[in-house]
Design a protein around this ligand. Structure first.
Ligand code: PMV
Length: 355
């Protein structure tokens, strides 16, 4: 992927570029946007966040210039994008055209390798892979740190959390772009996802966080405590202190959801089975298994633990009534790029969920 030091890559004019980007899970949550009016300032966060990029759950996207086309075309798992998905993707592509001074439309083919049953958002991996593939066509080089930072910034325009999915391992996001804070092998971690209430469509995170900011009396408190929680989690990560990191993650989770539940009308993502899983997590902790839980804009519970305990955690979560599926994963790597790779078919048709 890397060119020689100081050498710039050029435009890719007549070949496909493939990018693969991982899904990420936030331990310290992004929930709320800073006020902005310019398109390039879309999704600036009101609070800092910290995430882990995951192994084995990713989006693959192929991009090439389509100079004779009238507009961008994007196919996701064999279907055209929905209008709102398309609007976000085109805003991202417009930003690539603006910063690289190219005018051409793109042809994009994208496939999510995130099982629909995983209940994990593929918007972050999807927008990160889109930024990387189209950006590389236009001469941005992910192997150059500053270009990679710019891709993080551009991915953010499609979906805030996508700013973190251009990096592997542990990633922090403050302001315009995300940055890596520790490699994937920094500390041993397993993530066990308890899938509950599959198929029920949750309120999208973007609308929900805006609604929370507008109507929840707890939103100001959420924003006010966020920096302290972020600093605490970073310190725990640096010290490789699992217990402190999990405690910071849970605090951020409860506070994010409390602010959303106090919105008017409430945004309530939890299902009875979500609560049952949380009770089982508490029971496992009481039994001496070090673990912690988090939920995002959906009912599924992601349990972090030591890899040595992941089998026991999976076994116990399987027995919780209402748990429909268990997915085991762990820390993953960042972008992978290939120039000249022809699109292959496959993947899910319906896995582009924003929850
Ligand atoms: O980037 P969005 O709009 O999908 O928002 C993500 C919001 C959460 O998943 C709830 C938290 C986070 O930081 O990923």
């Amino acid at each position: 992927m890397a060119g020689m030091a100081g050498e710039r890559v050029g435009l890719v004019l007549d070949a496909w570029v493939k990018a693969r980007a991982p899904v990420n899970i936030a331990l310290i949550k992004y929930w709320g946007k800073a006020p902005s009016s310019l398109p390039e300032d879309a999704n600036l966060p009101a609070v800092p966040s910290l995430s882990l990029s995951l192994a084995g759950l990713f989006t693959e996207t192929w991009a090439r210039f389509a100079p004779d086309a009238e507009r961008d075309t994007i196919r996701l798992g064999g279907r055209p994008l929905l209008p709102e998905e398309m609007r976000r993707a085109v805003a991202l592509l417009d930003r690539i055209r603006a910063v690289t001074e190219v005018a051409s439309p793109f042809e994009i083919i994208t496939v999510n390798h995130v099982p629909t049953a995983a209940g994990l958002a593929s918007s972050a991996s999807g927008m990160a892979a889109l930024a990387a593939a189209a950006g590389r066509c236009a001469g941005l080089d992910p192997s150059v740190p500053d270009d990679l930072g710019l891709l993080s910034e551009i991915a953010r325009i499609g979906s805030g959390s996508a700013s973190r999915s251009v990096y592997g391992g542990w990633v922090a996001w403050e302001g315009r772009r995300a940055h890596p804070v520790a490699p994937r092998d920094h500390l041993p971690i397993a993530v066990v996802v308890a899938v509950v209430g599959r198929g029920r469509k949750a309120v999208g995170s973007r609308d929900a966080m805006n609604h929370t900011a507008r109507t929840s009396p707890y939103y100001a408190g959420w924003v006010q405590q966020a920096h302290e929680g972020f600093a605490d989690a970073l310190a725990a990560l640096a010290a490789r202190d699992h217990a402190r990191l999990f405690a910071a993650m849970e605090r951020s989770t409860w506070r994010m959801h409390a602010s959303a539940m106090a919105a008017d009308p409430p945004v309530f993502y939890w299902q009875p089975a979500s609560v049952a899983v949380l009770r089982e997590v508490a029971a496992m902790r009481a039994d001496g298994i070090l673990c912690g839980a988090t939920l995002d804009a959906g009912p599924h519970v992601k349990v972090f633990c030591d890899p040595r305990d992941s089998e026991a955690v999976s076994r116990r979560l399987t027995t919780v009534p209402g748990v429909e599926d268990i997915i085991e994963t762990g820390p993953g790597s960042g972008l992978e790029m290939q120039v000249g790779d022809e699109p292959s078919v496959g993947g899910n048709d319906d896995s582009q969920e924003s929850a």
